[in-house]
Write a protein that binds this ligand. Structure first.
Ligand SMILES: O=C(O)c1ccccc1N[C@@H]1O[C@H](COP(=O)(O)O)[C@@H](O)[C@H]1O
Length: 185
């Protein structure tokens, strides 16, 4: 649909959790369509050593670690394995977010519960809107993504629930509508 990156969720309690074989299949399929697409292993639960092992086996480019449980040492472990570290937090975890503050290449600002489809109050960012490579996430949909982009001007956006027909099932039309709205904003 024109997205610059795709994620495979490896977080056992998520309805989107995939096996290694499924992750490889998704990554290979995405690259067949767009060899330049960035592929990301997404987790809020795996120990970093497990996330790195699965990421290398799946052949992804980056690892997106969600939540305050992951710190600088975890992001360093990702980088040491030759993978690109992405840090994902809510403002409750990090009220004054700065890209790279924990060694991440990309910072993602999300609602408190990742993958919940819940929005959060973007005005809370106030004067602490990050600069550089940061992604906005949390309850984005084809209907609200343009307003959100115009409000806080992120480097990019990320979505999961808002492009699904039912929980855990992506909808091709919604994905296309989301990317179109985001790129036009
Ligand atoms: O989608 C999940 O189930 C998930 C599980 C564990 C960590 C992250 C997860 N998703 C990420 O959550 C945000 C926002 O999702 P939503 O659009 O609000 O549903 C996004 O970064 C997803 O990659």
């Amino acid at each position: 649909a024109g997205a610059g990156a795709i994620g495979v969720v490896m977080s056992p309690s998520s309805p989107r959790h995939v096996t290694l074989a499924q992750a490889r299949e998704v990554v290979d399929a995405a690259r067949a369509v767009d060899p330049g697409v960035v592929t990301v292993l997404v987790t809020a639960e795996l120990a970093v050593a497990d996330a790195v092992r699965e990421a290398l086996a799946a052949g992804v480019d980056a690892v997106q670690l969600h939540g305050a449980r992951y710190g600088r040492a975890d992001l360093a472990s990702v980088a040491a394995a030759g993978l690109v570290p992405w840090r994902a937090v809510s403002l409750a975890d990090d009220p004054t977010p700065v890209v790279g503050a924990h060694g991440e290449d990309v910072l993602l600002l999300d609602a408190p519960v990742p993958g919940s489809g819940e929005t959060w109050d973007l005005t809370l960012l106030g004067e602490h809107r990050p600069e550089g490579r940061w992604l906005l996430a949390g309850g984005l949909t084809p209907a609200n993504v343009a307003d959100a982009v115009r409000a806080v001007r992120p480097w990019g956006v990320d979505v999961s629930s808002g492009v699904e027909s039912s929980r855990g099932v992506k909808d091709d039309g919604l994905v296309r509508a989301f990317v179109e709205a985001a790129l036009a904003a």
